[in-house]
Design a protein around this ligand. Structure first.
Ligand code: SAH
Length: 233
């Protein structure tokens, strides 16, 4: 690999570059993730591999590796790369972990998770988004993922307990169903709060009780469901 991908990118026109997305992805990892303190080499490697541009519509492909969320239809967005990295680094899944994801959206974060753990169960309430995400995941060869249409705020009791749970939509409070489905010693990462004042929380289950660490402020779409908000804000 050339020592400075940024120079390579500037010096070659996009149309003759062999794979400009690989270069953009490497720049994303360096300038948006490593530079902001993401350290876990497994997360950095996974995000350097997963083709984020495959999870957005054609007209957004040029922006796929930029430092912001991107619309994915149904009024939803794929999270900014840094937020995905921060959540997954904090979740810290093992290669043997079984993880539950709430809010499949585009399937991008599902793919990164699939690189990091043994199996991902991912729930999405919009059937159309779930179908498109599943198609992208299959096309890219991910076999250790199960996408399910439903209300993820209730979790997936038939496949519980989970070593990790990652919630990609903001909840009014920590859903008790999700905490119950967490393995002893397991970790859940979840944005909690209303539209303007959410914070990312790490919830650990220790001797059956929740231990909560507050991370940083964030902005997600609402978790809508039985243990979420009743409608969008
Ligand atoms: N991580 C995703 C982005 C998720 S956006 C990605 O990489 O693309 C949040 C998603 O949560 C939206 O698609 C929204 O439809 C979904 N969602 C909201 N409430 C939900 C619920 N109760 N159950 C399942 N999915 C839900």
């Amino acid at each position: 690999m050339p020592s400075d991908w940024r120079i390579l990118k500037r010096s070659m026109p996009a149309e003759i570059h062999p794979d400009r997305f690989t270069v953009e992805r490497q720049n994303m990892v360096e300038s948006q993730l490593s530079a902001r303190g993401i350290r876990d080499p497994r997360v950095l490697d996974a995000m350097a591999r997963v083709p984020r541009h495959e999870f957005v519509a054609e007209r957004y492909r040029d922006q796929a590796y930029e430092d912001h969320p991107i619309p994915i239809g149904e009024g939803q967005t794929v999270s900014q790369p840094y937020i995905v990295a921060l959540m997954l680094e904090t979740l810290s899944p093992e290669p043997s972990s079984k993880v539950l994801e709430i809010g499949t959206g585009s399937g991008y974060q599902t793919a990164v998770l699939a690189e990091l753990c043994a199996h991902v169960f991912s729930i999405e309430r919009h059937a159309q988004l779930a179908r498109e995400a599943e198609a992208a995941l299959v096309r890219l060869g991910y076999r250790n993922v199960t996408v399910i249409v439903g209300d993820g705020s209730q979790g997936l009791p038939e496949f519980a307990p989970f070593d990790g749970i990652v919630v990609s939509a903001a909840a009014p409070r920590i859903p008790s169903a999700l905490f119950e489905q967490l393995q002893e010693g397991g970790r859940m990462i979840i944005p909690v709060g209303p539209a303007e004042a959410q914070e990312l929380q790490l919830v650990r289950k220790l001797e059956g009780q929740p231990t909560i660490d507050r991370l940083e402020g964030c902005r997600f779409v609402p978790l809508i469901g039985g243990q979420g908000y009743s409608s969008s804000w």
